[in-house]
Design a protein around this ligand. Structure first.
Ligand code: GTP
Length: 292
């Protein structure tokens, strides 16, 4: 993870933690920093009260202790969810879902590369069949990642058919991982969910679905979550991918989003480059968020 990321509170909290003693300003400044980082009022209050309790319990006056305790409480909360990707089936089929523009296609390209660096073979299926440009974009990413790609035979082909052919190709050629790009927009949400359900049904005729990853854009924070609600309710999501954390000041969103959805974060996107995707490690994230 990049040092001094935009979402890091390290710089903003430096004065707080380098002060001589803990006083009213410590708590005021901490509260402001957490709110600004999109922790939300409830979580902010909970964390500040927890820390005040700990400071009392351990009778400390050293702000460095507050920093350590804050890091610990954040890591503890992030660790309540298991970030492990379940990709042991062969082939392991991953559906990537989410509203348009959140970074689905880019994420698939980066994910294909990520898997390739671990020696996995990957085929990508372009099941967002209504935009030819989207298919081309996906194919370009797949090529750069060294992955195979299955395109629709014509614009607007049934997405489920493309998904089926992609899994078929994986089975035929012994490819280990299947990543399927899906549409983010249709006339109606019901239509979109029906389409996803059909993709899943058709895939499951050949192989179980290993993961359904919902992509969320960190820069839209809570708003983006509202837009993705239908996926959370109907698409059988197994994990979250948070994109565009670079350039976002909303580190707190990462903490909030697991509690709000009950779903683990499995991948994090921090840039437009093909290598800008990492797994999610609570310890590392808490350290980068709060500073050492
Ligand atoms: N800075 C930054 N930009 C990103 C990241 N991920 C994606 N993007 C950018 O976000 C924009 C949208 O990404 P796409 O991958 O096309 O999004 P999509 O969800 O597939 O969108 P549709 O194809 O319209 O459904 C592109 O300009 C990407 O370069 C990220 O982690 N960081």
């Amino acid at each position: 993870m990049a040092e001094r990321a935009s979402w890091s509170l390290g710089a903003r909290l430096r004065n707080v933690f380098q002060a001589r003693v803990i006083d009213e300003d410590t708590w005021d400044d901490l509260e402001t920093a957490l709110i600004t980082a999109d922790f939300g009022p409830d979580l902010t209050e909970e964390i500040v009260e927890h820390l005040q309790g700990e400071v009392e319990r351990f009778r400390t006056t050293d702000p460095r202790d507050v920093q350590r305790m804050l890091r610990e409480v954040i890591e503890e909360r992030l660790s309540k969810y298991d970030p492990t990707l379940r990709l042991s089936e062969r082939p392991a089929v991953v559906l990537v879902v989410g509203v348009n523009g959140v970074g689905k296609t880019t994420t698939i390209g980066k994910f294909a590369r990520f898997l390739a660096t671990y020696g996995r073979s990957v085929v990508v299926g372009a099941a967002d069949t209504f935009r030819a440009a989207a298919v081309d974009q996906l194919a370009t990413w797949a090529e750069r990642a060294g992955a195979e790609v299955v395109r629709p035979e014509r614009e607007g082909q049934d997405p489920a058919a493309v998904a089926f052919q992609t899994v078929e190709r994986a089975k035929r050629d012994g490819i280990e991982i299947v990543l399927i790009d899906t549409a983010g927009r249709l006339q109606t949400k019901g239509g979109l969910m029906d389409e996803l359900a059909k993709v899943r049904r058709v895939v499951e005729k050949q192989a179980p679905v290993a993961e359904v990853l919902l992509v969320l854009d960190a820069t839209t924070g809570q708003n983006g979550l509202a837009q993705a609600q239908a996926f959370i309710e109907h698409a059988g999501v197994t994990g979250l991918v948070i994109t565009k954390l670079d350039g976002s000041a909303k580190g707190g969103f990462v903490l909030n989003v697991q509690d709000r959805t009950g779903l683990p974060i499995k991948l994090i996107g921090q840039g437009e480059g093909i290598n800008d995707l990492t797994g999610f490690t609570p310890h590392v994230f808490a350290q980068n968020l709060i500073g050492e």
